[in-house]
Design a binder for this molecule. Structure first.
Ligand SMILES: [Zn+2]
Length: 215
């Protein structure tokens, strides 16, 4: 079977344009090991690709994507923890300086958890994966006057804050953060506006990042 035409066309474009323009950079990256300073934990959502949003080139960001950009708590129980394994590699082997949890608006994973929509939350894997969100939905009740979209936005953001707390359950993350060798960040991407909002942990508040205004 051949690959879909959209992939073949995209690859042809990459070879003729981006790779051609950055061939020397790719060659150097291919000779050494990667040294990204930033790790991003983002959603699988096709509309919120971190490399696009941060205009990142090859070798710049270590990215792990999962449904609803969740960080599970530190649970070394021998199970298959792909996100935790990526965290361990990024922090202990690559020595990244920043971990950014990036959520986004209209997240289908969050919506399924909030609405408890069947069958998404009751299938083999998503149900247990999204269980962490259930704790968040319990502590962020729907406020009077909130429509469904506003409520989901509150959950999307509270989930990022919850993931930041879970990051600190990993002992080696906590140690490096205390030594100021590692910084943790939470951001949320508004797909329709292309706008990024950042979480200020000191103020426990969210605000759009300055300088991100569209031309
Ligand atoms: Zn999502």
């Amino acid at each position: 079977m051949t690959l879909p035409a959209t992939l073949l066309d995209g690859y042809a474009s990459f070879r003729s344009r981006r790779y051609t323009a950055e061939a020397e950079r790719y060659r150097r990256l291919g000779e050494g090991s990667q040294k990204p300073r930033v790790m991003i934990i983002a959603c699988c959502d096709s509309r919120a690709a971190p490399e696009t949003i941060f205009d990142a080139g090859p070798g710049e960001m270590f990215v792990v994507r999962n449904v609803a950009n969740l960080v599970p708590p530190y649970t070394p129980d021998g199970s298959h923890h792909s996100t935790s394994a990526a965290l361990e590699f990024a922090v202990m082997s690559l020595g990244v300086k920043h971990i950014v949890v990036m959520g986004h608006g209209r997240c289908g994973g969050i919506r399924a958890a909030v609405q408890d929509a069947s069958p998404l939350t009751h299938t083999d894997f998503i149900g247990s994966w999204m269980r962490a969100i259930k704790d968040v939905t319990r502590i962020v009740p729907r406020e009077a006057g909130d429509n469904a979209e506003t409520h989901e936005r509150h959950i999307e953001r509270a989930s990022i804050e919850h993931s930041l707390a879970n990051l600190r359950t990993f002992p080696w993350i906590r140690v490096k953060e205390n030594k100021r060798e590692l910084s943790l960040h939470g951001v949320w991407f508004d797909i329709a506006l292309g706008e990024l909002h950042a979480y200020d942990e000191d103020q426990a508040d969210w605000a759009a990042i300055e300088g991100g205004a569209a031309a």
